[in-house]
Structures are given as structure tokens and as C-alpha cells.
Write a protein that binds this ligand. Structure first.
Ligand code: ZN
Length: 316
């Protein structure tokens, strides 16, 4: 008989420096991460993106782990391509305004997966805000005209002030930008197809603006989606469902102590916001704040003790 697979504590890779000019040192300040420099925008906590893979504590990449365990790790059909990507993101400065295509458009235009994502706010300076969709009544024509005129698009963007603990669902087609002073958890389809609408008139170190993709951005934008922050639902004492959407689901644990059963159909990511502890038949693991364990589909039943933790998984 094969034994279940124990939780796997993952080590992230980072995007930093010129790749994330908007990044800061928040991942070190808040989570004591060993970031490569003071402009580190993203830690890719569980990633199968080539060149930006996360690893287990012996240095094996996620792709190598999937090669070894296959669907026992991922659940049926989730081994290739691995469907989700989990990041922590620190915005010292505001990111560009962007939008992602859905699967159908991305397949047609780029030969890739589309991208739906969600954000859970971990920390925010007072007054910090997101761009979250366009203002009601904005049309594609208006977006196109404003974008081509430069600055004009700012007037059409819907801005929301954020608080730690809030969750925002960003289906493909939603115009979005993370504002300065926000540290967040981002769960998304594992894709890198981004159409940039607007970059606040900024220039890079060479004095050039970053490339925009206005036609495609307007093409894929859903101007009729005007969502609010997600509403959570307590499903067990200390356990809250934040999202249950097409590609992924998200839960939150607060002062929770109890069982966490594996689901043989899919893996899960368990992220400690503050240090938490999982125990199983013959083992235990402390997950330090800011770190993530990959919980295999063919995993043990766990006992979880968490004052603050997040869990995401593909919706099955
Ligand atoms: Zn995005």
C-alpha cells in the first residue's frame, strides 16, 4: 500500500529589480523573507512558471515534484498544465492598469491560458486603493479614445479603498491595478498573458514608457462588471469561505483548531499569515508566517492549528 504524501513546505522564487520597479521591501518587513533586493515585487510561493518555479526544501522544483508524484500530488487532470499560481505581492508604488483575457481569447490570440485572479489584502496603508473595474457607463469606445489620448483613461477607472482582510475577485476582463502601499495574497490561473492599458505616464530608467496593448486590452475588457469586495461565509467555527469560483476557491482560518481532510480530487495551498502548525499520523510541520505548504491530493488527514491562515485550491 502506498502511503499518503505529507504536506510539502515550498520555497518561493522572486521577481524583483527591473522586473518589478513598483516593488518594495514589505515581504522582508512583514514576513522576514530573504528577498533579493529592496524592490522585490513578488514572491512566487507555489509556481510552475518556467524560470520562476518554487521548490521544496530539498531544492526540487514543482515540475520535478509533479514528475515524481503525478496526479497523486495534483489530483486528476491537474498535473499538466499545473492550473494555479500563488504569489505574495508588495506594491511600494502603483502597478500599471491592466486586464487579462479569458481562456478562449488567450488561446486564440496567444496560444496560452487566460487569467482570472483574486486578491486577499494582507496589509494596507491608510487610504490605499485599487483600480477595480471601470466606472458604470464606460463604453469600449470611450476606453479606446481615452487610452489613445493618454491621460484620459484615469477618469474612467473605478477606485476602491481597501482594508486588510478584504478579498477581491478579478475575473478575466476586469480592468485592475494594485495601488501603492498594499501587500496582498494573489491566487490566479497559471498564466502570464497581460494586456497593459495604462502606466500612469511613467518612464523607465532608459526614459521610455512601458509597452501598452490598448487594442487587445479594450477587446477583452468587460465594461459591465462592477463588483464589490467578496462576502465571506463561516462554514465551521473559525473557518470561512471567501470565494468559490470557476477556477479556484479560497478559504480563511482564524483562531482555528480542527481537522483538515484531504480531497483526493485536488491539491491545496495552505498559507500561514501567522505561524501555524499541521500534524498528521506520524509527522508535523510548522508553517512560518508568509510561507505556504502544498497539500497533496493523496495526502494525510491533518490537524490544523492556525491563528491566521489562507487555503486555496482548484474548484472541482
Ligand atoms: Zn492581473
Amino acid at each position: 500500500m502506498t502511503m499518503p504524501i505529507a504536506p510539502i513546505l515550498m520555497t518561493p522564487s522572486y521577481r524583483f529589480g527591473a522586473a518589478t520597479p513598483w516593488g518594495g521591501d514589505g515581504l522582508r518587513r512583514v514576513f522576514h523573507k530573504d528577498i533579493p533586493d529592496d524592490r522585490t515585487g513578488e514572491s512566487l510561493e507555489v509556481s510552475a512558471i518556467p524560470g520562476l518555479e518554487s521548490r521544496d526544501d530539498t531544492g526540487r522544483t514543482l515540475t520535478e515534484l509533479i514528475g515524481e508524484y503525478g496526479e497523486r500530488l495534483t489530483g486528476k487532470g491537474f498535473d499538466k498544465p499545473f492550473p494555479l499560481l500563488l504569489k505574495l505581492l508588495d506594491a511600494r508604488d502603483t502597478l500599471s492598469v491592466q486586464v487579462h483575457p479569458d481562456n478562449a481569447y488567450a488561446a486564440r490570440a496567444e496560444g496560452k491560458l487566460g487569467k482570472t485572479e483574486a486578491w486577499h489584502i494582507l496589509a494596507a496603508q491608510p487610504g490605499a486603493e485599487l483600480v477595480y473595474g471601470v466606472k458604470p457607463g464606460s463604453t469600449k469606445e470611450a476606453l479606446l479614445r481615452a487610452s489613445e489620448a493618454g491621460q484620459g483613461v484615469e477618469a474612467l477607472l473605478r477606485r476602491v479603498k481597501v482594508q486588510p482582510g478584504e478579498t477581491y475577485y478579478i475575473p478575466a476582463g476586469t480592468v485592475h491595478a494594485i495601488g501603492k502601499g498594499i501587500l496582498l495574497y494573489e491566487i490566479q490561473q497559471s498564466s502570464d498573458v497581460t494586456y497593459r492599458f495604462y502606466d500612469w505616464g511613467r518612464l523607465d530608467q532608459a526614459g521610455k514608457p512601458r509597452e501598452l496593448h490598448i487594442r487587445k486590452a479594450v477587446d477583452v475588457t468587460n465594461v459591465d462588471f462592477h463588483p464589490d469586495a467578496a462576502r465571506e461565509r463561516e462554514i465551521a467555527p473559525g473557518r470561512f469561505q471567501l470565494l468559490a469560483e470557476e477556477y479556484f476557491s479560497l478559504q480563511r482560518f482564524q483562531d482555528f483548531e480542527g481537522r483538515l481532510e484531504p480531497d483526493p480530487r485536488r491539491f491545496a495551498f495552505l498559507t500561514a499569515v501567522r505561524d501555524c502548525r499541521v500534524a498528521w499520523a506520524d509527522g508535523e510541520l510548522t508553517i512560518p508566517g508568509g510561507r505556504t505548504a502544498l497539500l497533496p491530493a493523496d495526502g494525510y488527514a491533518l490537524t490544523l492549528r492556525a491563528s491566521a491562515a489562507l487555503m486555496s485550491y482548484p474548484t472541482v
